[in-house]
Write a protein that binds this ligand. Structure first.
Ligand SMILES: [Zn+2]
Ligand SMILES: [Zn+2]
Ligand SMILES: [Zn+2]
Length: 98
């Protein structure tokens, strides 16, 4: 599975961040604690490959706004739905013409 997200200025991606009560991105990369690098503006979206538990790359790309799920179907986190991410998704996830 892969998803489209933004890499934060701290170097971690969307999945390592959650919004705090002020709607500010907070990095949780260090066992739930901020990595300490400081989180500023986010750049252009990019495709983030993710891997299954056996370390194999997974081809499917999550649609913007879709959620990453655990094997038991628990929704972990939703992917970014901004226009830039939607555009990138459309470029990458165009179904192969048959
Ligand atoms: Zn970080
Ligand atoms: Zn960050
Ligand atoms: Zn986005």
């Amino acid at each position: 599975m892969a998803f489209i997200g933004h890499r934060c200025s701290c170097g971690h991606n969307d999945l390592n961040h959650k919004l705090d009560t002020d709607d500010k991105q907070v990095c949780t990369a260090r066992s739930g604690e901020a990595c300490g690098e400081g989180c500023d503006t986010q750049g252009d979206p990019e495709l983030m490959p993710t891997f299954d538990r056996k370390g194999r790359p997974i081809e499917r790309i999550l649609a913007p706004g879709d959620a990453l799920e655990t094997e038991s179907g628990v929704r972990l986190i939703s992917t970014c739905e901004c226009d830039a991410c939607r555009d990138l998704y459309e470029q990458l996830a165009v179904p192969a013409a048959v």
